[in-house]
Each structure stands twice: as C-alpha cells, then as structure tokens.
Design a protein around this ligand. Structure first.
Ligand SMILES: Nc1ncnc2c1ncn2[C@@H]1O[C@H](COP(=O)(O)OP(=O)(O)OP(=O)(O)O)[C@@H](O)[C@H]1O
Ligand SMILES: [Mg+2]
Length: 256
C-alpha cells in the first residue's frame, strides 16, 4: 500500500506535471495507479481532458460523503483518476481543521481499500496548506516534493519541512523525498539549487533530475502525458527513472 502526496507549498513547481507523468509511468509498468486531484484549480483534471460535473468529483466525497470509489474515471493511458472541480475551494473554507475532518480522507481510503496491494495512489495537492493538503499529508505514506531549479521553490520545501515536523510531533511522521524539476544542466541557478538540496536533504534528495523539457509542456497542452506524447523523449526517461528510484527506496512496494 503506497499513498504518495505530491506537495510543495510553492506554486508552479510541477506537482501536477509530476502526478500526471509518474502515474503514467506506473501504468506503463503494469501497475494500476489511482491519481486524486485534490486541487480546486483542477489542473490534473483539465490536463486529463475531463470536464466533469461537480457531483462526479472529489468535492462530492467531502460534501456529500460519496464513496471515493464511485468517483473514479479510467483514462485512456490506464491511469484511474478521481477528478476535481473549482467548487472544492469551499471545502477548505467550510471544513474545520479538527482531527476528524483531517482524517476523513485517510479513513475512507483505508475502508475502501483504495490503495490495496498493487494500487499506488498519487495525490496532487494544491499549493496552500489548508484542510485539503493536510488531509493528503495525513493520508500519505510518503510525501514527494518537486522543487524547481529556483530559490523560492526551495523556500516552499523548507516550509513543508516545518509542516512535516509538526505532524511528526503529533505522532504522524511522514517520510519525504525531494527532487529537482526543470533542471538545466550547466545553468548556474540549477547547479546551485541542486547542490543546496543535496546538502540539505542528503539521502532524501533524489538522484533523478527531471529536466526542463519542451515535450512535457507540449504534451500537457494536448492533454497527454509525456509517454503518450513523446515516448522516446528524455522526459519520459526522467519520469521512468523517478519511478525506479521510488521503487528502489521501497516507497512503492510493488515490483515493476
Ligand atoms: N520538467 C518540466 N519541463 C517543462 N515545463 C514544466 C516541467 N514541469 C512543469 N512544467 C510546466 O510548469 C508549469 C507549472 O507546472 P505544474 O502545473 O505541474 O505545477 P504545480 O506545482 O502543479 O502548480 P500549482 O501549484 O499551481 O498546482 C506548467 O506549465 C508545466 O507544463
Ligand atoms: Mg498543480
């Protein structure tokens, strides 16, 4: 059972891109991943080419207690998706940050056995730390943190460290794995950020670097993951390596 929350409190660092492409990498390796779009911006949903009615989205789980399993849509690339809707923003305002509300997602996933053997779950978080993101962090077995090769994205990762330390003090330790996204070899900022992340995170920093890539951008514009859009691209290789590294680290406990 592996639930991965993809999170960084900094916006635009590649959380959605990572969720989409890592899930696609899993599907190509014979896993049947479930991706949950837990962001009211609903970018993962849009990137998947879906425009669901609000009652068919994760909003309905939080507001109407609809079972998560009833909200799953299978995408052409064999990734299962629970989509989002902009109405989800209300959940962050309406639900409190009490223990019961924050554990609802985790509990439902356990009860519905959504992450039973062979089904890794990826949760695409929004960049704010509210009920939604905290619910994802509590539900997660591991937190995957994309950091773009720029200084402000490192600050977002630092803020996340504080959040995770807070959870640890409540007996909710969540291991994290940080990786660099939009890396450009030889570019001074990219090299500085990579050096700093290595120093700061040591073994929690992935050796895999996801490079800045035209294929990633173009593919998302056509509602395609990089394996479907450019299967021979370096980006497809990057996301395959990222998956391999997570498997190697036993964050994904299914052989592939
Ligand atoms: N490796 C990459 N190469 C090129 N473009 C990338 C790469 N990763 C992400 N992008 C682009 O960066 C932009 C932001 O990415 P994305 O939406 O995945 O970030 P995010 O962290 O999910 O943002 P938000 O915080 O708003 O949810 C998108 O236009 C995406 O196509
Ligand atoms: Mg996003």
């Amino acid at each position: 059972m592996t639930i991965i929350a993809v999170f960084n409190q900094k916006g635009g660092v590649g959380k959605t891109t990572t969720t989409a492409n890592l899930a696609a990498a899993m599907a190509r390796n014979g896993l049947t991943p479930l991706a949950i779009d837990l962001d009211p911006q609903a970018h993962l949903t849009a990137m998947s080419g879906l425009k669901p009615k609000v009652e068919r989205t994760v909003y309905s789980f939080f507001q109407q207690h609809t079972p998560l399993s009833e909200l799953v849509t299978q995408l052409p690339n064999q990734v299962n998706l629970i989509p989002s809707h902009m109405e989800l923003a209300k959940v962050d305002m309406l639900l409190s940050q009490n223990r019961r509300d924050l554990r609802r997602l985790k509990k439902a996933m356990q009860l519905e056995m959504l992450s039973a053997a062979g089904t890794p779950v990826l949760i695409d978080c929004c960049p704010m730390l509210g009920v939604l993101s905290l619910s994802a962090l509590i539900a997660a077995d591991v937190v995957l943190v994309p950091v773009t090769a720029e200084y402000l994205a490192m600050n977002g990762a630092l803020q996340l460290d504080q959040t995770l330390n807070g959870l640890t003090s409540k007996g909710l330790h969540r291991p994290r794995k940080v990786f660099i996204n939009r890396y450009q070899r030889g570019q001074i900022t990219s090299e500085h950020v990579a050096t700093e992340l290595t120093r700061r995170y040591g073994r929690d920093f992935c050796r895999t670097r996801v490079f800045e890539s035209q294929s990633v951008m173009e593919g998302s514009g056509k509602n395609l993951d990089v394996f479907s859009y450019a299967p021979d691209s370096e980006s497809a290789e990057d996301f395959s390596y990222l998956l391999d590294e997570l498997v190697e680290n036993r964050f994904i406990r299914t052989a592939c």
